[in-house]
Design a binder for this molecule. Structure first.
Ligand code: AMP
Ligand code: ZN
Ligand code: FE
Ligand code: FE
Length: 291
């Protein structure tokens, strides 16, 4: 029987070893095929090297692909996010010079932030070094999950989640702000690279639904193209509200698990916590909007 793309799910939010995922791009491809996914996007933080690796080697015929990136951003005034305000860029040209330069600047800012966070951890009595964290990242963009993994290995904490809850999460004692690109710049960079900007995991913005809808309307006026309605930690009711909101604003709908492999336990490729199903249409409408 022919592979039915319309039935199989997709996953448009995936991290690899190019940033803070534990699966290499090719392990992600293999896992996607095993899971029966019909399309994927690699959306690493601050780098497109994972996506480039997959594109340069060619994809299996039964798996569709779209380029991506995830940028930490900040909402336009007067909105502010108590949580994470991340913008996904889909269908970007991986060789866009302005986007490449902006991502390189974000990576350089991490080189300032990482030693600051490690110094704070040391002051708090957690013994880890920058070289241990860099080794854990194995040449990738270093992120907090790599620090958490070293802390687990050195038995300073019992789990990655405990490392975040006690030390690394926003508002915790070892947290240091990272480089961000404000919303309008993120939109310009993604659009200049031929891509479509999408608000990632709206639940983490940390606003009540009514305010979130107001924010989405504002972002749409400023160039937002889509919203990640399907997400591992969205309740069915929250997803339905986002679908309604997207329809009334004319936004595209996307979805992804935010898979990080071992760095985010309990979140599986394509299915999140087990109950996530992202329709193929999310991929198809993105592609149609790009052409
Ligand atoms: P960074 O880019 O270094 O700020 O790290 C961001 C990554 O850390 C996210 O993509 C998640 O994988 C992870 N993360 C952020 N906040 C938390 C949290 N509260 N609990 C667990 N993981 C988190
Ligand atoms: Zn991450
Ligand atoms: Fe994110
Ligand atoms: Fe992510």
């Amino acid at each position: 029987m022919a592979f039915d793309h319309a039935e199989a799910g997709v996953d448009l939010h995936i991290h690899t070893t190019a940033s803070d995922g534990s699966f290499s791009p090719w392990e992600v491809v293999a896992c996607a095929r095993k899971t029966g996914l019909s399309a994927i996007a690699i959306t690493d933080h601050d780098t497109v090297e994972g996506a480039r690796e997959i594109l340069s080697a060619g994809l299996p015929v039964d798996l569709k692909f779209i380029t991506g990136v995830e940028i930490s951003s900040s909402p336009p005034a007067p909105y502010c996010s108590q949580g994470s305000f991340h913008i996904l860029g889909y269908g970007i040209d991986l060789d866009s010079p302005p986007l490449g330069e902006a991502l390189a600047a974000l990576r350089r800012q991490r080189e300032t932030r990482n030693p600051q966070m490690i110094s704070r951890l040391n002051t708090l009595g957690v013994p880890l070094t920058l070289s241990e964290v860099v080794a854990e990242a194995g040449g990738a963009v270093v992120g907090r999950p790599h620090m958490a993994a070293v802390m687990v290995r050195k038995q300073a904490v019992g789990s990655v989640q405990e490392a975040f809850d006690r030390y690394l999460a926003k508002g915790c004692p070892a947290y240091v702000e990272k480089g961000r690109i404000d919303f309008e710049n993120a939109v310009s960079l993604i659009r200049a690279a031929g891509g479509l900007p999408v608000l990632a995991h709206p639940v983490t913005v940390g606003l009540p639904l009514g305010e979130l809808e107001g924010l989405l309307a504002d972002l749409t006026r400023r160039g937002l193209a889509g919203v990640e309605a399907y997400y591992s930690t969205h309740s069915p009711e929250f997803t339905q509200s986002l679908l309604r909101c997207a329809e009334s604003l004319g936004l595209l709908v996307t979805g992804g698990s935010d898979f990080h492999g071992e760095y985010k336990s309990g979140i599986h490729l394509g299915v999140g916590k087990g109950d996530l199903h992202i329709p193929f249409d999310c991929y198809a409408t993105l592609i149609a909007a790009l052409t």
